[in-house]
Design a protein around this ligand. Structure first.
Ligand code: PHE
Length: 341
């Protein structure tokens, strides 16, 4: 009897079910009513009381061993088969549609502006974002202790020689006027930096678009005309432009550029603070001293320049009320500009 128990033990140990079907045969073979163990235990029942006492525990151990093996295989095989039945790729389905990204609202506006100015003979110069003091301030008539320097909280990179992040795109005026042949009709559009706290209304990095035209006989009327063309092409002919006297060290006369509120169409709202007008930038006739700083003969040539905040225009065009949205890269925001491709 003991020998039979050992034999069956070895047989159970050798049998290694590889699938759930194998496991069922294992159960039938060893554990069912007609299985090998049942036969052994029927034989055991026939034994004398003395023998029973001796063999009983061995038989019991075998029973537990068979049950344990069964449980072990059942667990690992059903885990495997679960993994197999998880949904497989269905290769007959049509491929997923490629989701196209959308252009950033500032890029869209940039392209639109370039297109508008290309039509009237302007060419685009991006210019450097890191400039020296002379190009950002000195050549633009900001004396070393000029109070207007304080207004443009500057990020300095190195001191003497002073290198800084340009605080306005007017620095491009100087680079171009120094190096290019006249007449010059240039548009510069790009990032500018000022050390300001980031909020819904201000940011330390923003974009400006700056246009300037230097030629014989350029007058303030040309500036008015180009601004009207630009604003009305962008917002529609119902929008009016207003020029308000102002001051910049590098233009004389200087002007603040306002447009009628595009949100309330002049009826008064909290965007225009019920004034019906919105300020979008500055401009003026380039100060002769600035032209001379670039080696231009001011007896022959005059020029105008204007600078406008790109974010400001985009906010008015798309009714965006928080400047931070432009740099946060929230796809829910960016997705909304798909239609403007
Ligand atoms: N550079 C000025 C600014 O950043 C704007 C400006 C540009 C004014 C050109 C006049 C002429 O505020």
């Amino acid at each position: 009897m003991l020998e039979k128990i050992n034999l069956l033990h070895a047989e159970v140990a050798q049998s290694q079910p590889q699938s759930l079907a194998d496991l069922e045969s294992f159960r039938l073979q060893f554990m069912s009513k007609k299985g090998a163990f049942k036969q052994l235990s029927s034989a055991f029942n026939e034994l004398e009381e003395v023998e029973k006492r001796h063999i009983g525990s061995q038989l019991n151990e075998l029973k537990q061993y068979i049950q344990a093996q069964y449980n072990r295989y059942k667990q690992s095989l059903s885990a495997k088969s679960n993994a197999k039945t998880t949904p497989q790729e269905d290769y007959t389905l049509p491929p997923p549609v490629d989701t196209l990204g959308s252009r950033h609202p500032l890029s869209l506006l940039k392209h639109k502006i370039l297109e508008l100015f290309e039509k009237i003979g302007f060419c685009m110069v991006e210019g450097d974002e890191i400039v020296d003091d002379w190009h950002n301030f000195g050549a633009l008539n900001f004396e070393p202790n000029h109070p207007a320097r304080d207004m443009q909280d500057t990020f300095f990179i190195t001191k003497s020689p002073d290198f800084l992040l340009r605080t306005h795109t007017s620095s491009v005026q100087i680079h171009v006027a120094e190096s290019q042949a006249l007449p010059i009709r240039t548009l510069s559009l790009g990032r500018t930096y000022r050390n300001e706290t980031i909020s819904a209304r201000s940011h330390c990095m923003f974009h400006q678009v700056e246009g300037f035209y230097i030629n014989e006989g350029v007058s303030f009327a040309d500036l008015k005309q180009v601004l009207a063309y630009f604003i009305q092409s962008l917002f529609g002919t119902q929008v009016q432009v207003r020029l308000r006297p102002s001051y910049f060290p590098f233009t004389e006369p200087s002007t603040e550029i306002d447009i009628t509120c595009t949100v309330c169409a002049g009826t008064g709202c909290n965007i225009c603070k019920h004034s019906q007008w919105l300020e979008i930038g500055g401009g003026g006739m380039i100060d002769p001293q600035v032209l001379q700083n670039c080696g231009i003969d001011t007896d022959r040539y005059t020029g105008y320049a204007f600078g406008i905040g790109l974010e400001r225009l985009a906010m008015l065009l798309h009714q965006i009320n928080d400047l931070r949205l432009f740099t946060e890269n929230d796809v829910r925001f960016l997705k909304q500009f798909k239609a403007y491709h």
